[in-house]
Design a protein around this ligand. Structure first.
Ligand SMILES: [Zn+2]
Length: 419
């Protein structure tokens, strides 16, 4: 397959052609291209990498299937997706990892990068076989969806993972402090009379985990930061040379706990939506380099589940299809954030976390490439999502620019909005 993308604009504003042959970017094609894409007026970047998505496979296909999840990913401009292991069964054996990878390769959409559980069944009791999981293709260890209550077990996991070169990713919330909180603890939760989940649940757990990783040779990744205080702790640890990275999701940058005044469980996420001051601090963390990457934490549920009341509904927002346009429109288009930094957070940042080759459009790079339209607006229409979570979105109706036009993985066009 020979492909020519002509006259696109890269993230530095330079006009360029991208030539692809045999799955890699080349300086010239050996013959006429099989396919030409007119990139005029479009941004071209390396395909996005999501270090954190819940694709619900195996076993929770009523929420999302591997097919719909990966279709949603490529429609969002993603060429690679890390899928979380809190599935049924849990992704905690090499057999499950291999089966997922095989199914994903049959689908031929985005590259699937499975995360495997730190503990067997994510039960927090016995470590999973990290070496066998890595050999099968797991790219990180995490008990995400659950918290790591046993500090001794986390310490051992970090030590074993370090020997294998794997990062351990944590959902940093202290279960005792979180209690049965369904939203941020604060004025809004008090007014609504709903059980709150305080910032200290996140901050105390991050502080604990930073101490633990500093005492090992391991690498810790803090998932979905939600609070200014949590960020401050990571920033301080980084300044002291602690091997820690962190991510933030689009909802924690753009929504606050006042959204819960609607009593709509679509806004129920873990960790919870906080205050505008937290959103502002997280953006600052992006600007000053403390935050390493954007992870969507795409977490689809069924309409019936999310229609339950705030006490009963499960945590999670489906967002992988609109993450780039949302962040582009809110922050880059308004001049608060450089385009190059946003692209870095969604390509190079996750690649570094996962020890993948640096995503690039240079000759010789693997041809994982996305084209985005920064100039025309389109409203968020959840009914058109590829994800099964089509029933609504916190951003429904919002006019966004920066939608993916085409996503190319390994030199194959896996998503084409114009088709
Ligand atoms: Zn989580």
């Amino acid at each position: 397959m020979k492909l020519r993308i002509s006259n696109a604009t890269d993230m530095h504003g330079k006009s360029r052609d991208v030539l692809i042959e045999n799955g890699v970017i080349v300086s010239s094609l050996s013959a006429a291209p099989d396919l030409e894409i007119d990139g005029a007026g479009l941004l071209v970047t390396p395909a996005l990498i999501d270090p954190h998505a819940h694709l619900r496979s195996p076993g929770q296909e009523e929420k999302e299937s591997l097919e719909t999840g990966l279709q949603a990913a490529v429609a969002g401009g993603y060429g690679s997706v890390v899928c979380m292991p809190n599935t049924a069964p849990v992704i905690d054996t090499p057999e499950v990892v291999r089966a997922l990878l095989e199914r994903a390769s049959q689908l031929g959409l985005a590259r699937l990068l499975p995360a495997a559980a730190v503990t067997q069944g994510q039960q927090g009791k016995l470590l999973s076989d990290a070496a066998a999981l890595k050999a099968a293709g797991a790219v990180m260890l995490t008990d995400d969806g659950r918290t790591n209550e046993d500090a001794g077990l986390l310490r051992r996991a970090l030590i074993y993972a370090a020997a294998l070169g794997l990062v351990v990713s944590v959902h940093a919330e202290d279960a005792g402090l979180r209690g049965d909180g369904v939203m941020n603890e604060g004025l809004v939760s008090e007014t609504l009379g709903l059980p709150g989940n305080p910032v200290v649940a996140e901050a105390a757990r991050i502080a604990r985990d930073l101490e633990i990783v500093a005492a090992t040779s391991g690498r810790l990744h803090v998932q979905h930061l939600s609070s200014a205080r949590g960020l401050e702790l990571v920033r301080g640890a980084k300044a002291q040379g602690v091997r820690v990275t962190c991510e933030v999701g689009p909802h924690h940058l753009t929504l606050t706990d006042s959204a819960l005044e609607s009593f709509d469980a679509i806004y129920k996420v873990a960790p919870p939506l906080r205050l505008q001051s937290d959103c502002d601090a997280l953006l600052q963390g992006i600007l000053d380099g403390t935050i390493d990457c954007i992870g969507t934490d795409h977490a689809p549920h069924t309409a019936a589940e999310k229609e339950r009341d705030l006490l009963e509904a499960p945590f999670g927002i489906a967002n992988i299809e609109l993450c780039f346009p949302l962040l582009y429109t809110r922050f880059v288009h308004t001049g608060k954030l450089e385009l190059t930094r946003l692209v870095e957070l969604m390509t190079a940042g996750p690649a570094q976390l996962l020890d993948l080759p640096h995503p690039s459009l240079e000759v010789g790079a693997v041809a994982d490439v996305t084209l985005f339209d920064l100039s025309s607006e389109r409203r968020v229409d959840p009914s058109a999502f590829k994800s099964k979570a089509r029933f609504g979105s916190p951003w429904a109706g919002e006019a966004l620019r920066g939608w993916a036009v085409a996503t190319i993985v390994g030199g194959r066009v896996v998503y084409d909005a114009r088709a």
